[in-house]
Write a protein that binds this ligand. Structure first.
Ligand code: PHB
Length: 393
């Protein structure tokens, strides 16, 4: 080949290459890879399962191609261990080339991954962890769950308004438990209530029995409880075994203790429990009825608030990718997510453009029986609640 024909060949070849790229169907682009880091083993496994189910359900309903990009979800189990979450995030970003990380069943796991999201400039979608400060740890974090301050302020005001005077608190001894306690206490005592005793239970493998004995002895009007989703079933079993329901002690709190996912296994000791939260499977909307029906048909169980955080999390990713026209650039995706609003199974929601945290209705609910099953029945709604924890410290 002469120099000239060689050059012509190179030009032709490059023309074909350019044409080839331009004409390639959009779906032939690199897939958009998501790393889903969730607890699938250990004490928080039921929450990881809900997140995994919800993401799968959404993708079955909406397909796995968005704006020409095929969506691939790589699921990793962190056992709710922050060091594992961090290592998995690193591997997913470096080895698997994920362009977004999501999931995060507990606050320490969400915090551990935050610097990696910042460094890689990729979004971190927090689908469950609920401590206020999380979204401040990286400009790439967007949350679709809730904060403990959203629910605990509202239940604090409700408790004072309802004439409860002396309350004992029992909270998991880590960041979201401390935040639930702080915000509840501020509102309840401002309304004239008294905290008789503050009890903290360990996060991992908690045995509530000795703490519940102390609660019984203190004879409060009610027990304020925060345990993370996944632990409510065990808590309520020990609560009724110790006879606290018979002693007339009512449970109140943020709604985490009354996760729909576990209510099928709870006894009537749960009846009358009043909590504030963002989701009940009994929420009265056409969209929620369809969601609950589809989730039950797919997985044989009732979705809880954790599943809704996951369902909305993957929805947000789809909606953002549509808005960027399929671009997976982290800055473009986060910009697209800011201010986004949609109807969720929980009701109307949006992403606060300033904080990247979710704005949503908070409902006060009471456990009642419907068709022989326990449900959180909503009786009061607070519209469009922003995280009261931002700037509160
Ligand atoms: C958390 O660790 O932030 C967390 C986990 C589960 C909940 C609430 C908060 O239900």
């Amino acid at each position: 080949m002469t120099a000239r024909t060689g050059l012509a060949f190179r030009i032709l070849a490059s023309t074909f290459l350019t044409l080839g790229t331009a004409l390639a169907p959009a779906a032939a682009q690199e897939p958009f890879r998501i790393g889903l880091i969730i607890p699938l083993t250990g004490g928080q496994a039921s929450t990881g399962k809900q997140l995994d189910n919800a993401v799968k359900l959404y993708m079955r309903q909406h397909g796995d191609v968005v704006a020409g990009r095929k969506i691939e979800v790589i699921v990793r189990d962190d056992s709710a261990n922050p060091d594992t979450a961090k290592r998995l995030a690193q591997e997913l970003i470096v080895n698997d080339g994920v362009q977004l990380i999501a999931g995060f069943g507990i606050t320490p796991a969400a915090l551990a991954a935050a610097p990696l999201a910042t460094q890689a400039k990729i979004p971190e979608i927090v689908m469950l962890a609920g401590t206020s400060v999380i979204t401040e740890r990286s400009p790439y974090i967007v949350r679709t769950s809730f904060t403990l301050a959203q629910s605990s302020t509202i239940i604090g005001d409700w408790a004072a308004r309802s004439g409860l005077k002396r309350i004992v608190t029992l909270t998991s001894d880590y960041a979201p438990g401390n935040e639930a306690l702080q915000f509840f206490k501020a509102r309840f005592t401002a309304g004239g209530g008294e905290i008789a005793e503050e009890i903290k239970a360990p996060l991992v493998n908690p045995d509530f029995a000795p703490f519940l004995q102390r609660v019984r002895d203190a004879k409060p009007d009610a027990l304020f409880v925060f345990v993370p989703g996944g632990q409510g079933g065990n808590f309520m079993r020990q609560f009724s075994e110790r006879g606290l329901d018979k002693a007339g002690i009512k449970v109140i709190g943020p709604g985490d203790v009354m996760d729909d996912d576990l209510m099928g296994g709870m006894s009537d000791a749960a009846l009358g429990t009043v909590t504030a939260h963002m989701y009940s499977a009994a929420h009265d909307s056409a969209l929620n009825k369809a969601f609950v029906g589809a989730y039950k048909a797919a997985f044989g169980s009732r979705p809880g608030f954790v599943a809704v955080g996951g369902y909305d999390g993957i929805h947000l990713v789809y909606a953002a990718l549509k808005k960027t026209g399929g671009s997976g650039d982290g800055d473009a995706l986060v910009a697209a997510m800011k201010g986004m609003a949609w109807e969720s199974p929980r009701g109307p929601v949006s992403i606060d453009p300033d904080t990247r945290d979710i704005v949503q209705n908070i409902y006060i609910r009471k456990v009642e029986k419907r068709d022989g099953e326990l449900y959180n029945i909503e009786f009061q709604t607070f519209d469009s609640v922003k995280d009261p924890g931002k700037g509160a410290k």
